[in-house]
Design a protein around this ligand. Structure first.
Ligand code: AMP
Length: 304
């Protein structure tokens, strides 16, 4: 089934304690689309870029069968540019600059050919824009939404309205605590379930992720990589793998939702192995499934 992805398409300048990359292709929609493209051949992207957007990036989307009819190119403008620097503890990062450029006026318009998409992934953006997208699509089967502390702090009421309309919220641990004012992630996850979403995923960085439903809790491990090279986009990649698997299987049973969390984690574990999209863009289905099985082995144990 098809996946509609809306979010930022960006140039990222990334500094880690070990290396630096200038203006590599990034943005939430790029990571989500690329990750989902391994599961479904029908990814449709909505975003905006400037006249400086390189042909080779377009080629990369084409090579992954990502439909970019909804990628607006503002010839007179410049592409969104984000610059971040990671601490030695790479769970921590500082944003050094955010040049929104053409993204400042982003008001997603969903092309007619995208409107019947059955799976919708709303990248992290203004909750009013997220609802604007939902008003343009026809009866999706599943709506997944990402958000961040900036929107929790500046547009809390608007975010609450968006949460009432979505099926899945993917949020990190600090944001879950901030949103609910609960220190316990278990209490936080359960509280978010009362705000609208039927599924809540709390990401815990290198410590895995929790999936909450009304009557179950699943704790997924993270893949124990020896070297995390660049964590940028891990959360978006997780969302892309998660929704991609669901779009491929169209099954919302508890067991399959758990598999989706593991596929999200598999994809994220590859993204962090190299800068930007470098690792994600050249994966094979065999590699993806090998790592899926490794996740199973990692978390498996026997009763006495
Ligand atoms: P993540 O590491 O999952 O938080 O996602 C990183 C991606 O988010 C980078 O590729 C950035 O280009 C993009 N990004 C950073 N700030 C924003 C923002 N304010 N709005 C949308 N996307 C952003």
């Amino acid at each position: 089934m098809s996946v509609l992805v809306i979010g930022s398409v960006a140039f990222d300048t990334i500094e880690t304690p070990f290396d630096k990359a200038e203006r590599c292709l990034g943005g939430s929609a790029s990571y989500i689309s690329l990750a989902s493209s391994y599961f479904t051949g029908a990814v449709r992207l909505v975003g905006v870029v400037g006249g400086d957007f390189p042909k080779k990036a377009i080629t990369m989307f084409n090579d992954h069968n990502i439909d970019i009819e909804g990628l607006e190119i503002v010839k007179s403008g410049k592409t969104f540019h984000w610059h971040g620097k990671y601490h030695f503890d790479m769970n921590m990062r500082d944003t050094l600059s955010t040049e929104l450029n053409v993204f400042a006026d982003f008001n997603p318009r969903i092309p007619q050919s995208y409107k019947a998409c059955k799976y919708v992934c709303l990248g992290n953006m203004d909750p009013d824009l997220q609802r604007g997208v939902l008003s343009q699509v026809e009866k999706p089967r599943l709506i997944v939404c990402d958000t961040m502390n900036f929107w929790i702090e500046s547009k809390y009421d608007e975010l609450m309205q968006t949460l009432k309309l979505v099926d899945v919220i993917i949020i990190n641990d600090a944001e879950a605590r901030e949103l609910t004012k609960e220190h316990s992630l278990i209490k936080a996850g359960k509280k978010i379930l009362t705000l609208g979403p039927k599924f809540v995923i709390v990401k815990k960085g290198e410590h895995g992720a929790l999936l909450f439903t009304k009557d179950s809790l699943f704790s997924a491990p993270a893949y124990p990589l020896e070297d995390v090279f660049d964590p940028t986009g891990a959360g978006d990649t997780f969302a892309g793998g998660f929704i991609g698997w669901l779009a491929k299987t169209d099954d919302f049973s508890t067991e399959n939702m758990r598999r989706a969390v593991i596929y999200g984690s598999v994809m994220a574990s590859y993204t962090v192995e190299k800068f930007g999209l470098e690792r994600l863009k050249d994966l094979s289905w065999i590699e993806i499934n090998d790592r899926f099985r490794e996740f199973k082995r990692l978390a498996s144990f026997e009763e006495i």
